[in-house]
Design a protein around this ligand. Sequence first.
Ligand code: IPM
Ligand code: MN
Length: 352
Amino acid sequence: MKKKISVIEGDGIGPEIMKQTIKVLNSIARKYGHNFQYKKILAGSVAIDKFGYPISKETINTCLKSDAVLFGCVGDPKHDHNPRGMRPEDGLLQLRKIMNVYCNIRPVVLYSEINKSPIKKELLEKVDFVIYRELTGGIYFGEKGRFDDGEKAYDYCIYSKNEIERIGEMALKAAVTRRKKITLVDKANVLETSRLWREVIQKMALDYPDVYLDFLYIDHAAMQMILNPNRFDVILTDNMFGDILSDESSVLTSSIGLLPSASIGDHKSMFEPIHGSYPKAAGKNIANPLGCILSGAMMLEYFGMYEEKEIVEKAVKDSIDKKICTPDIIDSENCSTTEEVGNYIEKYIKNQ
Ligand code: IPM
Ligand code: MN
Protein backbone atom coordinates (compact mmCIF):
# COMPACT_ATOMS: atom_id res chain seq x y z
CA MET A 1 0.00 0.00 0.00
CA LYS A 2 1.10 3.53 -0.73
CA LYS A 3 0.46 6.16 1.94
CA LYS A 4 1.27 9.83 2.23
CA ILE A 5 2.07 10.71 5.81
CA SER A 6 2.56 14.25 7.09
CA VAL A 7 5.08 14.28 9.90
CA ILE A 8 5.13 17.03 12.49
CA GLU A 9 7.95 16.50 14.95
CA GLY A 10 7.14 19.62 16.94
CA ASP A 11 9.14 20.78 19.93
CA GLY A 12 11.31 19.47 22.74
CA ILE A 13 11.67 15.71 22.53
CA GLY A 14 9.48 15.63 19.39
CA PRO A 15 12.30 15.14 16.83
CA GLU A 16 13.92 12.32 18.85
CA ILE A 17 10.78 10.26 19.40
CA MET A 18 9.63 10.82 15.82
CA LYS A 19 12.96 9.63 14.45
CA GLN A 20 12.45 6.28 16.20
CA THR A 21 8.86 6.09 15.02
CA ILE A 22 9.81 6.61 11.37
CA LYS A 23 12.52 3.99 11.78
CA VAL A 24 9.92 1.51 13.02
CA LEU A 25 7.44 2.41 10.28
CA ASN A 26 10.15 1.96 7.68
CA SER A 27 10.95 -1.50 8.96
CA ILE A 28 7.24 -2.33 8.61
CA ALA A 29 7.21 -0.88 5.09
CA ARG A 30 10.22 -3.00 4.08
CA LYS A 31 8.78 -6.15 5.56
CA TYR A 32 5.30 -5.82 4.07
CA GLY A 33 6.17 -4.03 0.84
CA HIS A 34 4.41 -0.78 1.68
CA ASN A 35 5.42 2.59 0.37
CA PHE A 36 5.23 5.27 3.07
CA GLN A 37 5.99 8.76 1.81
CA TYR A 38 6.73 11.20 4.61
CA LYS A 39 6.50 14.93 4.38
CA LYS A 40 8.07 16.76 7.31
CA ILE A 41 6.37 20.03 8.21
CA LEU A 42 6.55 22.46 11.10
CA ALA A 43 4.14 23.32 13.89
CA GLY A 44 4.53 24.60 17.43
CA SER A 45 7.40 26.60 18.83
CA VAL A 46 9.69 25.72 15.91
CA ALA A 47 7.11 27.21 13.53
CA ILE A 48 6.78 30.36 15.63
CA ASP A 49 10.56 30.77 15.52
CA LYS A 50 10.67 30.28 11.77
CA PHE A 51 7.46 31.90 10.49
CA GLY A 52 6.14 33.91 13.41
CA TYR A 53 3.04 31.75 13.97
CA PRO A 54 2.47 28.25 15.39
CA ILE A 55 1.18 26.70 12.18
CA SER A 56 1.14 27.82 8.55
CA LYS A 57 -1.53 27.51 5.87
CA GLU A 58 0.90 25.41 3.90
CA THR A 59 1.35 22.98 6.79
CA ILE A 60 -2.42 22.71 7.15
CA ASN A 61 -2.88 22.09 3.42
CA THR A 62 -0.20 19.41 3.44
CA CYS A 63 -1.96 17.69 6.33
CA LEU A 64 -5.34 17.88 4.60
CA LYS A 65 -3.88 16.29 1.46
CA SER A 66 -2.16 13.41 3.22
CA ASP A 67 -3.54 10.03 4.23
CA ALA A 68 -2.66 10.63 7.88
CA VAL A 69 -0.72 12.97 10.12
CA LEU A 70 1.83 11.83 12.66
CA PHE A 71 2.28 14.41 15.36
CA GLY A 72 5.06 14.48 17.98
CA CYS A 73 4.45 17.10 20.63
CA VAL A 74 4.43 20.87 21.03
CA GLY A 75 5.19 23.40 23.71
CA ASP A 76 8.05 25.57 24.86
CA PRO A 77 8.14 27.63 28.05
CA LYS A 78 9.71 30.53 26.17
CA HIS A 79 6.36 31.10 24.45
CA ASP A 80 4.19 30.70 27.56
CA HIS A 81 3.31 34.37 27.63
CA ASN A 82 2.54 34.80 23.94
CA PRO A 83 -0.86 36.26 23.12
CA ARG A 84 -3.82 33.97 22.45
CA GLY A 85 -3.49 32.10 19.18
CA MET A 86 0.28 32.49 19.19
CA ARG A 87 1.31 29.78 21.63
CA PRO A 88 2.86 26.54 20.30
CA GLU A 89 -0.21 24.62 21.52
CA ASP A 90 -2.42 26.74 19.29
CA GLY A 91 -0.80 25.12 16.26
CA LEU A 92 -1.99 21.72 17.41
CA LEU A 93 -5.44 22.96 18.37
CA GLN A 94 -5.96 24.67 15.02
CA LEU A 95 -4.87 21.57 13.19
CA ARG A 96 -7.26 19.35 15.16
CA LYS A 97 -10.09 21.77 14.45
CA ILE A 98 -9.41 22.19 10.74
CA MET A 99 -8.90 18.47 10.21
CA ASN A 100 -12.07 17.94 12.24
CA VAL A 101 -10.55 15.04 14.15
CA TYR A 102 -13.21 15.07 16.84
CA CYS A 103 -12.72 11.62 18.32
CA ASN A 104 -9.53 11.16 20.31
CA ILE A 105 -8.96 7.55 21.33
CA ARG A 106 -6.52 7.01 24.19
CA PRO A 107 -6.00 3.37 25.16
CA VAL A 108 -4.59 2.77 28.62
CA VAL A 109 -2.76 -0.52 28.71
CA LEU A 110 -0.47 -1.78 31.42
CA TYR A 111 2.71 -3.77 31.04
CA SER A 112 3.09 -5.92 34.11
CA GLU A 113 6.90 -5.87 33.86
CA ILE A 114 6.98 -2.13 34.53
CA ASN A 115 6.53 -1.23 38.12
CA LYS A 116 6.99 2.47 38.57
CA SER A 117 3.43 3.37 39.45
CA PRO A 118 2.88 4.62 43.00
CA ILE A 119 -0.45 2.73 42.99
CA LYS A 120 -0.65 -0.65 44.73
CA LYS A 121 0.16 -3.47 42.35
CA GLU A 122 -2.94 -5.52 43.12
CA LEU A 123 -5.15 -2.63 42.04
CA LEU A 124 -3.50 -2.53 38.65
CA GLU A 125 -3.57 -6.17 37.62
CA LYS A 126 -6.63 -6.01 35.38
CA VAL A 127 -6.47 -2.44 34.18
CA ASP A 128 -7.43 -2.16 30.51
CA PHE A 129 -9.55 0.77 29.41
CA VAL A 130 -9.79 3.34 26.69
CA ILE A 131 -10.66 7.00 26.88
CA TYR A 132 -12.82 8.49 24.13
CA ARG A 133 -12.10 12.18 24.44
CA GLU A 134 -14.05 14.73 22.39
CA LEU A 135 -11.33 16.77 20.71
CA THR A 136 -12.68 19.67 18.70
CA GLY A 137 -15.30 21.29 20.90
CA GLY A 138 -16.11 22.37 24.42
CA ILE A 139 -14.22 24.87 26.50
CA TYR A 140 -11.06 24.49 24.41
CA PHE A 141 -12.75 26.03 21.39
CA GLY A 142 -15.54 28.23 22.80
CA GLU A 143 -15.27 31.98 22.54
CA LYS A 144 -12.65 33.37 24.91
CA GLY A 145 -11.83 36.82 26.01
CA ARG A 146 -11.16 39.47 28.56
CA PHE A 147 -13.05 42.50 29.74
CA ASP A 148 -12.80 45.10 32.49
CA ASP A 149 -9.33 46.12 31.33
CA GLY A 150 -8.17 42.55 31.30
CA GLU A 151 -9.21 41.88 34.86
CA LYS A 152 -12.01 39.50 33.94
CA ALA A 153 -11.77 36.57 31.56
CA TYR A 154 -14.14 33.99 30.11
CA ASP A 155 -14.06 30.73 28.15
CA TYR A 156 -17.36 29.46 26.77
CA CYS A 157 -18.07 25.75 26.91
CA ILE A 158 -20.47 24.87 24.12
CA TYR A 159 -21.54 21.46 22.80
CA SER A 160 -24.13 20.61 20.19
CA LYS A 161 -26.15 17.41 20.05
CA ASN A 162 -24.41 16.52 16.83
CA GLU A 163 -20.94 16.88 18.34
CA ILE A 164 -21.94 14.53 21.15
CA GLU A 165 -23.62 12.02 18.88
CA ARG A 166 -20.74 11.55 16.48
CA ILE A 167 -18.21 10.62 19.18
CA GLY A 168 -20.91 8.84 21.20
CA GLU A 169 -21.46 6.48 18.31
CA MET A 170 -17.77 5.67 18.02
CA ALA A 171 -17.44 5.07 21.75
CA LEU A 172 -20.55 2.87 21.94
CA LYS A 173 -19.33 0.83 18.99
CA ALA A 174 -15.98 0.40 20.72
CA ALA A 175 -17.72 -0.81 23.86
CA VAL A 176 -19.48 -3.53 21.83
CA THR A 177 -16.11 -4.94 20.79
CA ARG A 178 -14.70 -4.73 24.32
CA ARG A 179 -16.18 -5.58 27.74
CA LYS A 180 -19.46 -3.82 26.88
CA LYS A 181 -19.33 -1.12 29.47
CA ILE A 182 -19.23 2.59 28.89
CA THR A 183 -18.87 5.30 31.50
CA LEU A 184 -19.86 8.85 30.63
CA VAL A 185 -17.74 11.21 32.69
CA ASP A 186 -19.17 14.70 33.17
CA LYS A 187 -20.22 17.29 35.73
CA ALA A 188 -23.97 17.05 35.22
CA ASN A 189 -24.64 18.23 38.78
CA VAL A 190 -23.33 21.64 37.75
CA LEU A 191 -22.88 22.05 33.99
CA GLU A 192 -25.61 22.38 31.37
CA THR A 193 -23.36 20.95 28.64
CA SER A 194 -22.93 17.84 30.80
CA ARG A 195 -26.71 17.49 31.08
CA LEU A 196 -26.96 17.58 27.31
CA TRP A 197 -24.24 14.91 27.06
CA ARG A 198 -26.25 12.68 29.43
CA GLU A 199 -29.51 13.15 27.53
CA VAL A 200 -27.94 12.41 24.18
CA ILE A 201 -25.85 9.43 25.24
CA GLN A 202 -28.63 7.86 27.31
CA LYS A 203 -30.89 7.94 24.29
CA MET A 204 -28.24 6.55 21.95
CA ALA A 205 -27.41 3.73 24.34
CA LEU A 206 -30.94 2.34 23.85
CA ASP A 207 -29.72 1.08 20.48
CA TYR A 208 -26.95 -0.84 22.23
CA PRO A 209 -28.84 -3.10 24.65
CA ASP A 210 -25.77 -5.23 25.36
CA VAL A 211 -23.74 -2.25 26.50
CA TYR A 212 -23.96 -1.21 30.11
CA LEU A 213 -23.91 2.59 30.46
CA ASP A 214 -23.07 4.33 33.69
CA PHE A 215 -22.30 7.90 34.69
CA LEU A 216 -19.65 9.42 36.91
CA TYR A 217 -19.01 13.01 37.80
CA ILE A 218 -15.50 14.05 36.86
CA ASP A 219 -14.38 14.60 40.45
CA HIS A 220 -15.55 11.14 41.44
CA ALA A 221 -14.15 9.59 38.25
CA ALA A 222 -10.73 11.04 39.06
CA MET A 223 -10.93 9.34 42.45
CA GLN A 224 -12.16 6.02 41.04
CA MET A 225 -9.34 5.95 38.52
CA ILE A 226 -6.91 5.64 41.42
CA LEU A 227 -9.03 3.61 43.85
CA ASN A 228 -10.58 1.15 41.44
CA PRO A 229 -9.17 1.59 37.94
CA ASN A 230 -10.37 -1.76 36.63
CA ARG A 231 -13.99 -0.63 36.92
CA PHE A 232 -13.45 1.19 33.61
CA ASP A 233 -13.81 -0.19 30.11
CA VAL A 234 -14.72 2.67 27.74
CA ILE A 235 -14.66 6.17 29.19
CA LEU A 236 -16.52 8.76 27.13
CA THR A 237 -15.96 12.38 28.01
CA ASP A 238 -15.58 15.92 26.77
CA ASN A 239 -12.43 17.69 25.67
CA MET A 240 -11.26 19.15 28.96
CA PHE A 241 -12.18 16.23 31.24
CA GLY A 242 -10.58 13.83 28.78
CA ASP A 243 -7.37 15.82 28.82
CA ILE A 244 -7.19 15.70 32.60
CA LEU A 245 -8.19 12.05 32.98
CA SER A 246 -5.73 10.86 30.38
CA ASP A 247 -2.75 12.37 32.20
CA GLU A 248 -4.07 10.84 35.39
CA SER A 249 -4.38 7.45 33.74
CA SER A 250 -0.69 7.53 32.90
CA VAL A 251 0.08 7.27 36.62
CA LEU A 252 -1.38 3.77 36.45
CA THR A 253 0.85 2.82 33.53
CA SER A 254 4.02 4.17 35.20
CA SER A 255 4.84 6.72 32.52
CA ILE A 256 3.02 9.17 30.30
CA GLY A 257 5.69 8.42 27.72
CA LEU A 258 4.00 5.10 26.99
CA LEU A 259 0.57 6.29 25.95
CA PRO A 260 -0.49 6.76 22.32
CA SER A 261 -3.60 8.24 20.80
CA ALA A 262 -5.53 8.38 17.57
CA SER A 263 -7.51 11.47 16.63
CA ILE A 264 -10.15 10.40 14.17
CA GLY A 265 -12.54 12.41 12.01
CA ASP A 266 -14.93 11.42 9.24
CA HIS A 267 -12.29 11.99 6.58
CA LYS A 268 -9.00 12.80 8.25
CA SER A 269 -6.95 11.46 11.09
CA MET A 270 -3.94 12.30 13.18
CA PHE A 271 -1.86 10.18 15.51
CA GLU A 272 -0.22 11.74 18.53
CA PRO A 273 1.27 10.53 21.81
CA ILE A 274 -0.59 12.04 24.75
CA HIS A 275 2.49 13.57 26.38
CA GLY A 276 3.92 17.05 26.02
CA SER A 277 7.26 18.25 24.65
CA TYR A 278 9.28 17.59 27.86
CA PRO A 279 11.74 20.44 27.10
CA LYS A 280 14.08 19.47 29.93
CA ALA A 281 14.83 16.14 28.26
CA ALA A 282 15.22 17.50 24.74
CA GLY A 283 18.40 16.41 22.98
CA LYS A 284 19.44 14.07 25.79
CA ASN A 285 18.42 10.79 24.15
CA ILE A 286 16.41 9.80 27.25
CA ALA A 287 12.80 10.39 26.14
CA ASN A 288 10.52 7.39 25.85
CA PRO A 289 9.66 6.87 22.17
CA LEU A 290 7.01 4.20 22.84
CA GLY A 291 3.99 6.53 23.04
CA CYS A 292 4.90 7.88 19.61
CA ILE A 293 5.73 4.45 18.18
CA LEU A 294 2.42 3.06 19.45
CA SER A 295 0.62 6.05 17.90
CA GLY A 296 2.26 4.95 14.67
CA ALA A 297 0.82 1.48 15.31
CA MET A 298 -2.64 3.02 15.68
CA MET A 299 -2.08 4.69 12.32
CA LEU A 300 -1.28 1.31 10.77
CA GLU A 301 -4.54 -0.04 12.16
CA TYR A 302 -6.38 2.95 10.67
CA PHE A 303 -4.82 2.06 7.31
CA GLY A 304 -6.24 -1.44 7.71
CA MET A 305 -2.78 -2.91 8.31
CA TYR A 306 -3.80 -5.09 11.22
CA GLU A 307 -0.94 -7.57 11.16
CA GLU A 308 1.51 -4.69 10.90
CA LYS A 309 -0.02 -2.97 13.89
CA GLU A 310 0.15 -6.16 15.90
CA ILE A 311 3.79 -6.77 15.17
CA VAL A 312 4.71 -3.26 16.30
CA GLU A 313 2.81 -3.82 19.54
CA LYS A 314 4.50 -7.17 19.99
CA ALA A 315 7.89 -5.56 19.41
CA VAL A 316 7.13 -2.90 22.01
CA LYS A 317 6.07 -5.54 24.49
CA ASP A 318 9.20 -7.54 23.79
CA SER A 319 11.44 -4.50 24.32
CA ILE A 320 9.82 -4.05 27.72
CA ASP A 321 10.11 -7.77 28.55
CA LYS A 322 13.80 -7.59 27.71
CA LYS A 323 14.13 -4.41 29.76
CA ILE A 324 15.28 -2.29 26.85
CA CYS A 325 13.64 0.77 28.37
CA THR A 326 14.18 4.49 28.84
CA PRO A 327 14.73 5.78 32.39
CA ASP A 328 11.12 6.80 32.97
CA ILE A 329 10.14 3.12 33.23
CA ILE A 330 13.28 1.40 34.51
CA ASP A 331 16.05 2.15 37.02
CA SER A 332 18.47 4.62 35.53
CA GLU A 333 21.49 2.30 36.01
CA ASN A 334 19.93 -0.25 33.65
CA CYS A 335 18.23 2.01 31.17
CA SER A 336 18.63 2.32 27.42
CA THR A 337 18.57 5.43 25.27
CA THR A 338 15.73 6.63 23.06
CA GLU A 339 17.77 5.51 20.07
CA GLU A 340 18.50 2.05 21.50
CA VAL A 341 14.82 1.41 22.16
CA GLY A 342 14.02 2.39 18.56
CA ASN A 343 16.82 0.20 17.21
CA TYR A 344 15.65 -2.78 19.23
CA ILE A 345 12.11 -2.48 17.95
CA GLU A 346 13.25 -2.00 14.38
CA LYS A 347 15.39 -5.11 14.58
CA TYR A 348 12.68 -7.18 16.25
CA ILE A 349 10.34 -6.42 13.36
CA LYS A 350 12.98 -7.23 10.79
CA ASN A 351 13.73 -10.60 12.40
CA GLN A 352 10.15 -11.77 12.80
C1 IPM B 1 -2.92 16.67 24.94
C2 IPM B 1 -2.18 17.96 25.23
C3 IPM B 1 -2.83 19.09 24.45
C4 IPM B 1 -4.29 19.19 24.90
C5 IPM B 1 -2.12 20.44 24.57
C6 IPM B 1 -0.67 20.35 24.12
C7 IPM B 1 -2.83 21.54 23.84
O1 IPM B 1 -2.16 18.21 26.59
O2 IPM B 1 -2.96 16.27 23.76
O3 IPM B 1 -3.43 16.06 25.86
O4 IPM B 1 -4.57 19.85 25.92
O5 IPM B 1 -5.14 18.65 24.21
MN1 MN C 1 -3.00 16.63 27.80
